[in-house]
Design a protein around this ligand. Structure first.
Ligand SMILES: [Zn+2]
Length: 316
């Protein structure tokens, strides 16, 4: 069994062995390039493009794009500091001041919770958010549905906010380092986070372990073959670039039944959209006037179509 075979074999992720498997397959073998696709194990893969000194590979069989180089959890933890949320760097929130957009984050969270509620009543359920950021989704789940909520967050800055400002039970680190009991959670969410994980397969396997049978997994992520195909390759922020088919294939490999992926609409501030478009087209200096105007006008919400999908999957 190759390392990539193990990546899709749930049995290979049981217990402490899962942590042992975390280094990337290509580095385990010493090869300079991946040997096969991370999801479908096809060997029909090729270098797609280089971006920010990383190599992006593409699988011709399933269309997955992923970063070939190893990125450690420690490197990522350093990457997601306060600057990621608050500065005007090219990564993260582009100077849009994450906490100032709190009302919009909460409305988006409620929309996602309502979508899950249509499939499974959420009242007094146990909810785990993986990569919970400041914790707005969990806070909404607790306030709206009386849910018992827990989170995991790799950014110490965000985890501190979630614990101290919102009073949430959020563990610093990686889901694989926590000791959440098997079959104990009703809803696991990964909202715009699965593309950030070093090993999304292991995180999905862990989600399958902690979920009760019939429990839900909520995933939102970029769909590179969705209706809106505008996206940037942003390693080391985004390490995987899925489409609706290969993302469902990944989840189904760990015992989930996926509902048809849905095109994701999201509430943004109207000037937030302008800032993101400036960033997308490389007009970084033009972001400044929009950011300045935004601080004067406050938040003006607009529901817009995104380049992302929403998948709700049920554990068999
Ligand atoms: Zn593939």
């Amino acid at each position: 069994m190759t390392a990539n075979d193990q990546a899709l074999d749930p049995a290979a992720h049981a217990g402490d062995d899962a942590v042992e498997q975390r280094p990337r397959p290509d580095r385990e073998t010493g090869a300079s390039a991946p040997q096969c696709c991370f999801i479908c194990q096809s060997r029909d893969i090729a270098l797609h493009r280089s971006a920010v000194s990383f190599s992006i590979y593409r699988c011709a069989a399933c269309n997955l794009l992923w970063v070939g180089e190893e990125v450690t959890t420690e490197e990522l933890a350093a990457f997601y500091g306060e600057d990621y949320y608050e500065s005007e760097s090219e990564f993260g929130y582009l100077g849009l001041e994450y906490d100032r957009m709190e009302p919009l984050h909460r409305r988006n969270a409620r929309a996602l919770l309502k979508a899950c509620e249509k499939i499974m009543p959420l009242r007094r359920r146990r909810v785990l958010d993986v990569g919970c950021g400041y914790g707005f989704f969990l806070h909404e789940a607790r306030e709206t549905f009386g849910a018992e909520v827990v989170g995991v967050e790799i950014s110490q800055h965000a985890q501190t906010y979630a614990r101290q400002t919102l009073g949430l039970d959020v563990t610093l680190g990686d889901l694989l380092d926590t000791d959440i009991a098997t079959d104990s959670v009703d809803l696991v969410s990964m909202i715009g986070t699965i593309e950030h994980f070093v090993r999304p397969d292991l995180v999905v396997a862990e989600a399958a372990r902690v979920l009760k049978p019939g429990g839900l997994l909520l995933v939102t992520t970029l769909d590179i073959r969705g209706p809106i195909r505008l996206y940037k390759l942003k390693p080391p922020e985004h390490l995987f670039y899925f489409d609706h088919d290969n993302c469902c294939r990944l989840l189904e490999g760990f015992g989930f039944d996926c509902q048809p992926p849905r095109f994701l609409f999201w509430r943004y501030d109207v000037l937030d959209i302008a800032v993101r478009l400036c960033d997308f087209f490389g007009l970084r200096r033009m972001r400044r006037p929009f950011l300045a105007l935004q601080r004067k006008t406050g938040v003006v919400p607009a529901l817009i179509p995104t380049n992302e999908m929403r998948i709700i999957a049920r554990k068999r």
